[in-house]
Design a protein around this ligand. Structure first.
Ligand code: BGC
Ligand code: BGC
Length: 836
């Protein structure tokens, strides 16, 4: 329910003005100053490209005939893709939807670890719905897209290959081709047709949360990988099994400039001249097109202030006209909604600019309605709609979908033994071996003798969640447990097997303690999983006092140490380099931890070379080979082998800038997150310490001393508790990504009057939801309650999510007594409130 009016009532218009002090507001406009650069591409300045997939007259005739027989409703449905969490097979039938996808958090039956057979059954159901007759209209099979970005990573039991950053270190196009082929087969087993891979991003700033999705910081690696990977996935143009049989449809993404945004900001703006955009980011697309990639995903980001989803001169001018791309352009997750003048449910502009398929996960129904109206009324020209439909049909015909039958009846459908098969896992293990980069090897500690006594420790040692990273069973890769990985080996398990086989002994120790002094200790640690903007960081310093203390205590005890570092980017780790004898950058290796043991014990030598320059300081976030004053700690292409002298002089340990706390943390450990304040009082008279008449705040304990705050409204008048930002927060990405405001609290005494939970965005700008009944319910128990409100609810209630000045406000005129232990903006870890 929209509560913007109630919100304003609860707070009072004047209070909003006061609450959102003037200095907060002024800063908002200051950012866009440099967007003046031209955002119109001149296609003639881009390399020309002849079409490789020579149009097949028979295919074109068939597409023409289909198009001529289609209704306008059918055409509109064809260009819309809905998410399986928000669409049923019956919807696909009724609205003629051309495609479905499963987003990172969407699974059959809503279970992140749904068994493979459920995926196949869902694929059959969507296919059958799409092929049900609508009178005389042609029947058009649905196509299902999924992010198989490091293997078929949404499905339990699939082989999980190293993320692209690790594959980039391998510098081995043939390996990449085989990985593509194995991934395609595993997708076919579950009945899926189409992967949203490969990512061909060239990543220039390692603060970006998607750094690990890119093969490297230069166009070089992605350009050498694009064709073999696409051929592995799709097969070769002209072969009988192109796009069918063991193969699927691939996607080159995200066009264009995704890895070049200012500050490494996800969904940000790549501000640069046209020549730089072209020369740095477009080269990998040419071999991808030559290899016949059938779809290209449009980037969430902008070029010089213009969103790619509305960028006619790049989508149509360059991709379709100059480069003769005859497949289709798919949007990214409601990305069209970010185009100026658009919303997620209304945006003919994108199709007019050249987009062919909207990715409209939850917005598809209203989008269908508005798009149909635009098509009928002419504000979406029929020629443009026909072109989009034609391209989608062309790919479906090429892929043989019209004849393929239901997914379970196609080649490989239901051959579940191929998920995580011996061959595929051996291939993934080979990829792990090739991806590891050795940065230090003092005194030639590596290779280790497997026959010795080996201590294995660090929180990454026996941790498949960490080892596999984001885009693994869930979007963020979090929340998984050992049993979700039946076909996998942790790094510890791999080491243990190798040591046992050689007659040695290995011990896993969580805290690094041991009873018998080891010959050597292997310490595995690194970043926790993340995806997209949730992985964006303020700098590239790796902070981890626990594992550093562990390394130091082992060193102090005279135990030689090997650090195995798991990460989605190159990071400043000087204290860890100083404290360990050998240091291995292992990236996000995936399901085959045994590949790490293979190298540590010398079954094969290191071959991996850095795909990203390694930073010399925590604020050296965008160091790239070719820079004018290029001065990394380890250069692009660096990587030791056993024979190299691997000693390293002690490095400075001072962190260049203090870590800035997670921007999603509004309140934790008894305090507001950094850059925020907790203010209390009557609307219009807020302060950190207002006196006890209306509302008071006192430190409280939950699991640690003063880790929470107790808030008591007396009921003597209107009062609010609010978290105010020092600078307004742009929460549009978080909103678009379905994040939620999650609170953990205990309700000590039920409210005596209505209570609103609000966000504020400047003068007369606020919205939220009523929470009285929820709090009353929670008061019945003395347990901690988790409340998650989708950010979309605030948006719907009128909050300008681009300018949130108070991300959390509780307001009531009655009495209320709660203890708040945390408030965060997160990918929700459980059920959420509905806001309609
Ligand atoms: C990501 C894409 C992905 C899509 C579908 C988006 O948020 O940017 O890379 O393919 O979601 O999950
Ligand atoms: C989906 C992802 C998608 C993201 C968009 C998530 O809820 O699960 O697939 O990429 O939203 O930012």
């Amino acid at each position: 329910m929209s509560l913007s009016r109630a919100a304003v009532l609860a707070l009072g218009a004047t209070s909003l003005v006061a609450l959102l002090a003037p200095n907060f507001i002024e800063r908002a406009a200051a950012q866009t100053a440099d967007a003046a650069m031209n955002a119109l591409a001149t296609p003639e300045n881009w390399p020309a490209r002849a079409a490789t997939v020579v149009a097949d007259p028979a295919v074109e005739r068939r597409v023409d005939a289909l198009l001529a027989a289609m209704s306008i409703e059918q055409k509109v449905g064809q260009i819309i893709q809905a998410d399986i969490a928000s669409v049923t097979p019956d919807d696909v039938y009724r609205y003629h939807l051309g495609s479905v996808l499963n987003g990172g958090n969407s699974d059959p039956g809503g279970r992140y670890n749904a068994p493979a057979k459920d995926w196949l059954a869902a694929a059959d159901a969507f296919y059958a719905a799409s092929m049900k007759r609508h009178g005389k209209l042609p029947r058009i099979p649905v196509i299902w897209g999924s992010d198989a970005v490091h293997g078929h990573n949404n499905v339990v039991g699939a082989t999980l290959f190293p993320h692209n950053i690790g594959l980039g270190a391998a510098r081995n196009p043939d390996l990449i081709r085989r990985i593509g082929a194995a991934t395609a087969i595993e997708m076919r087993v579950t009945g899926l047709d189409w992967t949203f891979a490969p990512t061909l991003a060239v990543v220039r700033d390692d603060r970006w949360g998607r750094t690990y999705e890119g093969f490297g910081e230069t166009p070089e690696i992605a350009t050498s990988y694009a064709a073999p990977l696409i051929e592995g996935l799709q097969g070769r143009i002209g072969d009988k099994d192109w796009l069918r049989g063991p193969h699927i449809v691939a996607t080159a993404k995200h066009f264009l400039g995704d890895g070049g945004t200012s500050g490494g900001k996800d969904q940000g703006d790549a501000v640069m001249p046209e020549a730089q955009l072209r020369d740095l980011f477009s080269p990998p697309y040419l071999p991808a097109l030559d290899a016949g990639v059938q779809s290209v995903m449009i980037s969430f980001s902008s070029w010089n202030g213009v969103k790619m989803h509305g960028h006619q001169s790049l989508m149509t001018g360059v991709m379709k006209d100059r480069w003769n791309f005859d497949g289709f352009l798919v949007g990214d997750w409601n990305g069209h909604g970010q185009v100026a003048g658009c919303t997620a449910t209304d945006c003919p502009q994108s199709v007019i600019a050249g987009l062919d398929m909207y990715m409209a996960p939850d917005s598809w129904k209203d989008l269908y309605r508005t798009t149909l109206a635009h098509a009928r009324g002419g504000s979406l020209p029929m020629a443009q709609l026909d072109d989009a439909v034609r391209r989608i049909l062309r790919v479906k015909v090429r892929a043989g979908l019209f004849e393929a039958g239901k997914p379970s009846s196609r080649p490989y459908g239901g051959r579940f033994e191929l998920l995580g098969s011996k061959e595929h896992r051996a291939l993934a293990r080979e990829a792990v071996r090739e991806s590891l980069v050795l940065l230090k090897n003092a005194g030639g500690l590596l290779p280790l003798k497997a026959g010795g006594h080996i201590l294995v420790t660090g929180d990454g040692a026996n941790n498949l969640t960490k080892q596999t990273g984001g885009w693994t069973l869930s979007w963020q890769g979090t929340g998984t447990k050992r049993s979700d990985f039946p076909n996998a080996q942790s790094i510890w398990e791999g080491i243990d097997a190798a040591v046992k086989a050689a007659g040695g002994t290995a011990t896993l120790s969580a805290d690094g303690r041991y009873s018998r002094k080891p010959d050597v200790a292997i310490v595995v640690f690194g970043e926790d999983p993340y995806a997209e903007f949730q992985g964006d960081r303020p700098d590239v310093g790796y902070d981890d006092t626990k594992n550093l203390a562990l390394l130091r205590s082992l060193k102090a005890a005279g135990v030689p140490t090997v650090a195995v570092f798991l990460s989605g980017r190159a990071m400043w780790v000087n204290p860890f380099l100083n404290t360990s004898d050998a240091f291995v950058a292992a990236w996000l290796p995936g399901s085959e931890g045994g590949g790490v043991a293979d190298i540590l014990f010398g079954k094969a030598d290191f071959r991996g070379k850095l795909p990203y320059s390694w930073p010399r300081s925590s604020d050296q976030t965008a160091v790239n080979v070719g820079d004018a004053n290029y001065d990394p700690l380890f250069a692009y292409g660096f990587g030791l082998t056993f024979a190299d002298k691997g000693d390293l002089a002690p490095l400075p340990e001072a962190r260049a800038s203090a870590a800035i706390a997670d921007p999603g943390v509004l309140f934790t450990a008894g305090k507001p997150g950094s850059g925020r304040r907790l203010l209390l009082g009557a609307p219009g008279a807020l302060s950190t310490n207002p006196g006890p008449q209306l509302i008071e705040a006192r430190p409280a304990d939950r699991t640690a001393q003063e880790d929470s705050v107790r808030l008591r409204w007396t009921g003597a008048g209107h009062a609010v508790a609010t978290i105010a930002q020092e600078t307004p927060a742009d929460l549009t990405r978080q909103t678009n990504g379905d994040l939620a405001l999650e609170l953990e609290m205990k309700v000590n005494a039920a409210p005596s009057a209505d209570v609103s939970l609000l966000m504020g965005c400047g003068a007369n700008c606020a919205g939220g939801i009523p929470v009285r009944s929820l709090l009353t319910e929670a008061a019945k128990s003395d347990k901690w309650t988790r409340i998650a409100v989708p950010l979309r609810c605030f948006e719907k209630a009128g909050v300008d999510m681009a300018r949130v000045e108070t991300p959390l406000t509780l307001a009531t005129a009655g009495s209320l007594d709660i203890t708040l232990s945390s408030a965060r903006i997160v990918s929700p870890s459980g059920p959420q409130l509905a806001c309609k």
